[in-house]
Design a protein around this ligand. Structure first.
Ligand SMILES: [Zn+2]
Length: 287
């Protein structure tokens, strides 16, 4: 009898563990009329945003690969059966465009001109089969997905040299790509930290009720402001030391970022406070 009870509790435990796996699913959150944030359950695969118009759907970023793209498409299908007409890639990194073929096999793919060029050159030296943009732009492009619209624009060099941001004016929401990670020091590709801060200030001046970060939890203007302050604090400290003639090693040692001790840091992506300081230092050296 006792043994039977024991076996039963082992089964209960196994079922609870299995449910725990189910709970770690991506989250889809409505953030305005027709607009949804898809918050990835895999930190290595980007978040997405999708807008459902009267005739079709626009998706911003598609995840790391076919598997992550498939998860995103299933989440979209739980909301709407309409066709995916447009895919916007915020930048060329694989975790943002690896699911293009699965999410929008017939969609028009849109990116900055720079992102398309960079994607084509990455494809030459890697086995990844990306689907680069069909339509590119230099400064801005508006997609009319009646009754809504999406304003896509290039804010200047930031995380890379060709990021796109997507603002949804009717919903007062924005998809940030990797220009914003919630409570995290970012990876810095070939871009500009100085212009990145300026770009964030321009975003913060807009009416905003929801901010979709490239990774991690759905955010508000307050979270975005804190990330902007992190970048700005670090930039000011590195610049002051650089202006005094400090060497890189000294800069790495002397930055004080205790205020941001809750931020995630990823050495494997060269994305710690100290790595960010190094990138900023090198950008100042190039000036
Ligand atoms: Zn990125």
């Amino acid at each position: 009898m006792l043994e039977a009870v024991h076996k039963k509790s082992v089964w209960m435990l196994l079922i609870l563990l299995a449910c725990g796996q189910l709970w770690a699913a991506p989250q889809v959150k409505p953030i305005g009329p027709g607009l949804y944030a898809y918050i990835s359950d895999n930190d290595s695969s980007a978040n997405s945003t999708f807008l459902v118009g009267s005739k079709g759907i626009l998706v911003v970023d598609t995840g790391f690969d076919a598997k992550e793209g498939g998860k995103l498409l299933r989440a979209i299908r739980n909301v709407s059966p309409l066709p995916v007409l447009f895919v916007v890639n915020t930048h060329y990194h694989r975790d943002h465009q690896g699911g293009n073929t699965v999410v929008g096999p017939l969609a028009v793919v849109i990116s900055t001109h720079w992102t398309r060029e960079r994607t084509l050159s990455v494809m030459q030296s890697s086995p990844d089969s990306f689907r680069p943009a069909d339509v590119t732009f230099q400064d801005r492009l508006t997609i009319h997905l009646d009754p809504y619209s999406a304003e896509i624009y290039f804010p200047g060099k930031a995380h890379t040299s060709g990021d796109a941001l997507v603002y949804f004016p009717q919903q007062r929401a924005i998809a940030m790509g990797d220009l914003f990670l919630n409570r995290c020091s970012p990876a810095m590709d070939v871009g500009s930290a100085e212009n990145w801060i300026r770009a964030l200030d321009q975003v913060l001046a807009k009416p905003l009720e929801a901010v979709v970060p490239g990774h991690f939890e759905l955010s508000t203007k307050v979270d975005l402001q804190r990330f902007r302050d992190y970048l700005s604090d670090l930039f000011q400290q590195v610049k002051a030391l650089h202006d005094k003639g400090a060497k890189l090693e000294q800069v790495r040692r002397e930055i004080h970022m205790e205020k941001y001790s809750d931020f995630r840091q990823y050495p494997q992506y060269h994305a710690t406070f100290s790595d960010n300081a190094e990138t900023i230092y090198q950008q100042l050296e190039e000036h």
